[in-house]
Design a protein around this ligand. Structure first.
Ligand code: ATP
Ligand code: MG
Length: 613
C-alpha cells in the first residue's frame, strides 16, 4: 500500500502522545496496524506493544491484518479489547477465571429474578431490562455517585435498590460483569503502586483504535498505564461516536491535548474506501449535526456509482428487492460476504431473514435475534390461549386479567390456580364486575378450540387487545404500529396451522432453529452479512443495504432530545460509510396499512440521489 504523507507521519511516529483524527475510510485502522509493525522493526519488544479496540471482532481483524503484514515472522504484539486487557490484569492479581464473567443470558435472568420482587408496572420486560443494563453500564462507567443520580427508566430509589440487589447477587455468586471489570481494575491499579508499575512496564507502547468511544473510566485506567512513558497513540473520528448511551465520551478525544500537552496531531483527509458519491452523500447527512469537529474529507476515487435511495410501497416489496438485488450481484461476481444488510434494531430483519432462507441465500446473522414468541405481546396471546385451553395457572391470569382493562385487582388472584368461580366469589357484591367475568368466560369458551390465526384475530378485535395496545402506545408515546407488527408477525407464523398444539410445536422448532443459527460459525463461509449499524463500525463491504430507513426506525423513536438525534445521525453516517462501491438506502411508504414517513436523514441527502423505480 502506498501510504500518503499524513499517514506516513503517523506510522513513523515513535515516542510520546499522538492523536490521529480522521473521517471514515481514511486509513486509521490501516495506520495503527502498520505502526505496530514499524515499532517492531525499530527494535521495540513486540510483547510490550499493546493494540486496543472495542470489539472482539475488530481486535481479531486487526491482528490478522498485522500478521499478514509481518509475513510469517513471529511478533507477539498484543491485540485485544479493553475488557480482555483489563480482565487479564484482574486475573493476574485475583486469579479470576473467565467463567466468572457473567454471560448475557445469566445477567438477564438475574434481572428477571430481581424485578419479580418489585411491583413495577412493566409491560415489556425484555426492553426494560436492556434499558436498565445500558443505564447501569453508564453509571458504573462514569464512576457516578448514586445519591444524586436520577434514573431515566424508573424512580431514583427503585433504580438504586435494583442496582444494589444486582451487585449483591453478583458478589454472592462470585461473579462480575463487564463494567465491574473496569471498576475493579481501576481500584486495583490506583491502590497498588507495585502492580501498576508492573503493567506500566509491560505496556510500553499503547495504540488505541476508535478512541471516540472511550468511557471515562477506561480513559482513567489508560492514563495510569501510560503515565511514565506517555507513549499513547490514539485514532478516532468524533462523527462515528455511537455509544454515548453506554457512557462513551467523544469529548475525551477532542480534549485529549489538555491532558497530554505535547500531543502531536495528524489529520487524515482522504477516504480510500468509498466511491465519491457515497463520501459526499454521507458528509451531506452528518454535516447537519451541530456538535461536531469540522473536518475535510476527499474521496480518493474520482467517481463511483450513485447512492440509490428507493421508497417501496410496502416493507414486503422492499425485502423482495433486497433479495433480487443480492441474486443479481452474486451472479455478476460479487461474493456474498462482500454484501451487508444493515439495520437499526435487531427485530427489524426477521421477515427478510425468512425470505433469504426461502431463496437459499446464505447469510450470517451477527446479532442474536430476539425470539418473537418471547415478546411480551406473544406471551399475552399465549396466556389467553392457555386459559382458554383450560390451564388455570395464576401467571397466565395475571398477564391478561387487565389487558384490556377489566379492573380486576391482583388480590383477586389469591391462589396459585385461579378459576372463574373464585373470581365470582371475590366480586360477589359487584354486579358490573360479575358481568365482566361473564364476558371473559364467554370469550374463553369461544377461543377454546380455534385455529390459532382465528384466535389471534378474535383476541385483537373482539376482546379488544388492539385497543389496549393503542392506549399503551399513547401512554408510552411510542408508535402503536411497532406493537401491531409483533401481532402481524405472529399471525404470519401461524397462518397454515390448524390447532394450538401445532402452534406450540412450531414455537419449539423455531426456538431450536434460532439457537442453531447462533451456534453456527459462518465467518469463514461465503455468506451475506446481516448486522446492526452499531456492529458494522470499522468494517467495509462492496455493497451495503440500509433497510427500513423510515422515521421512527432511524432516527429511532426513542431519540427525543437533540443529542439523541445527533447520535442517531452519526449511526446512520457510520452505516453509509461502510460501502465501498454501492450503497442502497431503502424505505417503505406503508406498513400494515399505516402510512410511513421516510427518515429525515433520507431527506437530507435525497435530491441528488433518488433512483427511478
Ligand atoms: P473507519 O473510520 O471506518 O474505521 P478507517 O479510517 O479505519 O475507517 P481503514 O479501514 O483503515 O479506514 O481503511 C479503509 C480502506 O482504505 C481499507 O480498505 C484500506 O486498505 C484502504 N486504504 C487506507 N489507506 C490507503 C492508501 N494509502 N492507499 C490505498 N488504500 C488505502
Ligand atoms: Mg477503522
Amino acid at each position: 500500500m502506498n501510504f500518503n504523507g499524513a499517514q506516513k507521519e503517523a506510522i513513523e511516529h515513535k515516542d510520546g502522545p499522538m492523536l490521529v483524527l480522521a473521517g471514515p475510510g481514511s486509513g486509521k485502522t490501516a495506520v495503527i496496524t502498520e505502526r505496530a509493525k514499524r515499532l517492531v522493526e525499530l527494535g521495540v519488544n513486540p510483547r510490550k506493544v499493546l493494540v486496543v479496540t472495542f470489539t472482539k471482532a475488530a481486535a481479531v481483524e486487526m491482528k490478522q491484518r498485522f500478521l499478514q503484514k509481518m509475513n510469517g515472522s513471529y511478533a507477539p504484539v498484543q491485540f485485544g479489547t479493553f475488557h480482555a486487557i483489563f480482565f487479564s490484569i484482574l486475573k493476574h492479581a485475583y486469579h479470576y477465571s473467565p467463567n466468572q464473567i457473567i454471560r448475557v443470558e445469566q445477567k438477564r435472568q438475574f434481572f428477571r429474578d430481581i424485578l419479580s420482587k418489585y411491583q413495577l408496572d412493566i409491560q415489556d420486560e425484555a426492553e426494560f431490562i436492556s434499558d436498565l443494563e445500558s443505564e447501569i453500564s453508564l453509571v458504573k462507567g462514569e464512576m457516578m455517585p448514586l445519591e444524586h443520580y436520577y434514573s431515566s427508566n424508573c424512580a431514583a430509589d427503585i433504580f438504586r435498590d435494583i442496582l444494589n440487589d444486582y451487585n449483591t447477587m453478583l458478589r454472592q455468586k462470585h461473579m462480575l460483569d463487564f463494567d465491574d471489570m473496569l471498576v475493579y481494575c481501576y481500584d486495583l491499579l490506583s491502590q497498588r503502586g507495585d502492580i501498576l508499575a508492573m503493567w506500566q512496564s509491560q505496556f510500553e507502547y499503547v495504540l488505541i483504535d476508535e478512541f471516540q468511544d472511550i468511557s471515562k473510566i477506561q480513559y482513567e485506567i489508560v492514563k495510569m498505564l501510560v503515565e511514565p512513558h506517555r507513549n499513547l497513540f490514539i485514532v478516532g473520528d468524533d462523527d462515528q461516536s455511537i455509544y454515548r448511551f453506554r457512557g462513551a465520551k467523544p469529548e475525551i478525544m477532542l480534549h485529549f491535548e489538555d491532558d497530554f500537552k505535547d500531543t502531536k496531531k495528524v489529520l487524515l483527509d482522504v477516504n480510500y474506501r468509498s466511491g465519491k458519491p457515497i463520501v459526499e452523500a454521507a458528509l451531506k447527512v452528518v454535516s447537519n449535526n451541530e456538535k461536531r469537529f469540522e473536518k475535510k474529507i476527499y474521496a480518493n476515487q474520482k467517481e463511483g456509482e450513485p447512492v440509490s435511495v428507493v421508497g417501496f410501497s410496502t416493507m414486503r416489496e422492499q425485502n423482495k428487492r433486497v433479495v433480487e438485488r443480492i441474486i443479481t450481484l452474486h451472479e455478476s461476481g460479487v461474493p456474498y460476504k462482500e454484501i451487508a444488510i444493515l439495520f437499526r434494531t435487531n427485530s427489524q430483519p426477521r421477515a427478510l431473514m425468512e425470505l433469504l432462507m426461502l431463496y437459499n441465500i446464505p447469510f450470517c446473522m451477527q446479532d442474536s435475534i430476539p425470539n418473537i414468541y418471547d415478546h411480551w405481546i406473544a406471551r399475552d396471546i399465549i396466556s389467553y390461549i392457555k386459559i382458554a385451553m383450560g390451564n388455570r395457572e395464576r401467571k397466565y391470569f395475571l398477564r391478561i386479567a387487565n389487558r384490556p382493562k377489566r379492573y380486576i385487582s391482583r388480590e383477586a388472584f389469591e391462589y396459585p390456580e385461579v378459576s372463574f368461580e373464585d373470581l365470582r366469589i371475590f366480586y360477589q357484591d359487584k354486579k358490573y364486575m360479575l358481568d365482566r367475568i361473564d364476558d371473559w368466560e364467554y370469550d374463553m369458551e369461544w377461543l377454546k378450540d380455534q385455529p390459532p390465526y382465528a384466535a389471534i384475530q378474535y383476541i385483537r378485535k373482539s376482546i379488544g387487545y388492539d385497543d389496549y395496545l393503542q392506549e399503551y402506545a399513547d401512554y408510552r408515546r411510542i408508535r402503536v404500529e411497532e406493537l401491531y407488527e409483533v401481532l402481524d408477525e405472529l399471525l404470519e407464523g401461524c397462518r397454515p396451522l390448524k390447532t394450538y398444539e401445532e402452534w406450540f410445536l412450531h414455537m419449539e422448532e423455531y426456538k431450536k432453529e434460532l439457537e442453531a443459527q447462533k451456534k453456527q460459525d459462518k465467518k469463514e463461509e461465503d455468506a451475506v452479512v446481516m448486522e446492526t449499524m452499531h456492529r458494522s463500525k470499522g468494517l467495509e463491504y462492496d455493497t451495503v443495504f440500509i433497510i427500513d430507513a423510515n422515521e421512527g426506525v432511524m432516527p429511532h423513536n426513542k431519540a427525543s432530545v437533540q443529542a439523541d438525534l445527533e447520535e442517531e445521525r452519526r449511526l446512520f453516517y457510520v452505516a453509509m460509510t461502510r460501502a465501498k462501491r454501492k450503497l442502497y438506502i431503502y424505505y417503505s411508504k406503508e406498513r400494515y396499512n399505516k402510512k410511513l414517513e421516510p427518515s429525515r436523514f433520507v431527506y437530507e441527502l435525497i435530491e441528488k440521489n433518488r433512483e427511478n423505480f
